[in-house]
Design a protein around this ligand. Structure first.
Ligand SMILES: [Zn+2]
Length: 305
């Protein structure tokens, strides 16, 4: 059995369908008209959570502009029928049959449009909540461009939503085994593929090679990009790769980052999951999709969603 060919096909948080209409973000007349239209839908977001219903199908619960909290409005986009969608920070209003939830709970469950809206909205909400002040002079910045830029009134500097790139890599050896590791803070039955943040002045491929060398002491070859998904938990972009390494060499886990690491065949991984030594990953992460692509389908015991 060989590694499945092709890019990653389904990534839970990379399914947005809206036109982001970035050119409308500075069009004050268009924005005012959209906000005055009762058909406009507003997502109220607080601490990464918004209103959802779980039955009959998981879906976001929107309010009309008149029901939304006052304050900043962030334009998320426009759908095919011209409906505009905004996000607004604040406490979600009480709505019969609705509850609050975040991406970890519903990101993989929501339909494509809603998954994309929530991913965009929680990314903006975290950025605004944690980046209120100018990094140059400390003055409180103000929101412009319908929520996608903050400007310092003191020095005029512009500040854009921060996204931290992180690489995640499925490393195989000549026997097509995969390398799985456990972080020091993780539960005893959790294993995943290696990952790490891209450093300043570093390419993605260099980051893959550096992280694998740092974490387990192996040199990698054949670094290949397979796909990406936003991961605003709180502010990353996950970039998925495959790479190969020599599985006959000893693994030298960095004790600060890796508690233990090992190579697994498909049969060994299936047996470890069935013996409950390893818990199957949920479908939200790009790690799960990379492992499934190698495994050739769903893992036993994998939560459907
Ligand atoms: Zn400033």
């Amino acid at each position: 059995m060989t590694v499945t060919e092709g890019p990653l096909e389904w990534l839970a948080l990379a399914r947005g369908t809206l036109d982001r209409v970035a050119l409308k973000r500075r069009d004050d007349a268009w924005l005012a008209d959209a906000w005055a239209d009762p058909a406009t839908r507003v997502l109220v977001v607080q601490d990464g959570r918004t209103l959802v219903t779980l039955e009959p199908e998981p879906a976001l619960v929107f309010v009309a502009p008149g029901q939304a909290p006052d304050g900043d409005r962030w334009l998320l986009g426009v759908d095919d029928d011209g409906t505009a969608y905004f996000a607004v920070p604040g406490e979600p209003p009480a709505v019969d049959g609705a509850e609050t939830a975040g991406l970890r709970r519903v990101g993989a469950l929501l339909a494509d449009r809603d998954s994309g809206l929530l991913t965009h909205a929680v990314a903006l909400e975290h950025w605004h909540r944690t980046n209120r002040f100018c990094p140059r002079c400390g003055t409180e910045t103000r929101v412009t461009s319908a929520g996608h830029v903050r400007v310092c009134p003191q020095d005029g500097s512009q500040h854009f939503p921060r996204v931290d790139p992180a690489v995640i890599m499925l490393v195989t050896d000549a026997d097509d085994r995969i390398l799985l590791a456990r972080g020091p803070q993780w539960p005893a039955d959790r294993r995943s593929i290696l990952a790490g943040f891209v450093e300043p002045g570093e390419s993605l491929e260099q980051a893959v090679a550096r992280e694998v060398l740092e974490e387990v002491g192996l040199a990698v070859r054949d670094v290949r990009y397979l796909g990406s998904q936003p991961w605003p938990l709180p502010q990353s972009l996950m970039l998925g790769f495959t790479a190969t390494a020599d599985g006959t060499l000893p693994l030298r886990p960095d004790p600060e980052e890796i508690l233990d690491a090992g190579w697994y065949t498909r049969d060994e991984l299936r047996a470890a999951i069935e013996a409950k030594e390893i818990v199957a990953p949920g479908p939200l992460s790009i790690a799960a999709q990379l492992i499934m692509r190698w495994y050739g389908g769903e893992l036993p015991g994998m939560p459907a969603f």
